[in-house]
Ligand binder design. Structure first.
Ligand SMILES: CC(C)(COP(=O)(O)OP(=O)(O)OC[C@H]1O[C@@H](n2cnc3c(N)ncnc32)[C@H](O)[C@@H]1OP(=O)(O)O)[C@@H](O)C(=O)NCCC(=O)NCCS
Length: 181
């Protein structure tokens, strides 16, 4: 399985919309269906031409299966991502996060931030693997179309990581990254 990450182009609006809709249907994203399609079809132009923004697309064996979006604002890069259900747990999220961190570093950011639902264990594990830590619990911040109200967890990490120090301090014995280092 070959994973390739590439920058989105102006022509990727419909592709990004399709990926976003397929992932949003599971309820893991802040945005819920139906999405405003113009936000993607017109918005992709802003995302690809604004130096403070980037969308990267992951392809597996040539098929687009996920994205990560990054927006630099006041030194912090805000991230959003999703992978098609059948392609999760195979390293695509890791490849996208690695690419986004590289982009953020080149963009001159000092830190990365994102928000995740507390029950999204797979995403939280991915973010912890990349040494994001929880900095805020936004209690009751998300009213869902179902009427439910969910918390959001804001996670952040500095761009530069002291990996030796992290390995020394890291407490999770199940982590593959901890075993690999
Ligand atoms: C969260 C998400 C982006 C992770 O992408 P992925 O391609 O599955 O991630 P990877 O295969 O690279 O796995 C990275 C780490 O995530 C964790 N992980 C992945 N799938 C997991 C699962 N089903 N359960 C628990 N942990 C999981 C593991 O810690 C894994 O680390 P390892 O490879 O060292 O074991 C993906 O599951 C997804 O798109 N989910 C739905 C959308 C979403 O939640 N977006 C984020 C909103 S904040």
């Amino acid at each position: 399985m070959e994973i390739r990450v590439r920058a989105a182009t102006r022509d990727d609006g419909r592709l990004w919309l399709g990926l976003f809709e397929s992932v949003a249907v599971d309820g893991w994203l802040g945005s819920e269906l139906p999405l405003e399609s113009t936000k993607f079809l017109d918005g992709i132009h802003e995302w690809v031409s604004d130096l403070d923004r980037a969308v990267q697309i992951a392809e597996v064996d040539g098929l687009a299966v996920g994205w990560i979006s990054a927006h630099l604002d006041d030194g912090a890069v805000d991230l959003g991502m999703g992978i098609l259900e059948g392609y999760r747990g195979r390293g695509v999220g890791t490849a996208l996060m690695t690419a986004a961190i590289e982009w953020a570093e080149q963009a001159g950011a000092s830190r990365l931030v994102l928000e995740v639902f507390p029950h999204n264990e797979a995403a939280i594990r991915l973010y912890r693997k990349f040494r994001f830590t929880e900095i805020e619990r936004r209690v009751g911040a998300h009213r869902r179309r179902s009427g439910e109200v969910w918390d959001g967890i804001v996670m952040a990490r500095p761009i530069k990581i002291d990996w030796d120090g992290w390995h020394r301090d890291y407490q999770d014995p199940d982590s593959k990254i901890s075993r690999r280092l």
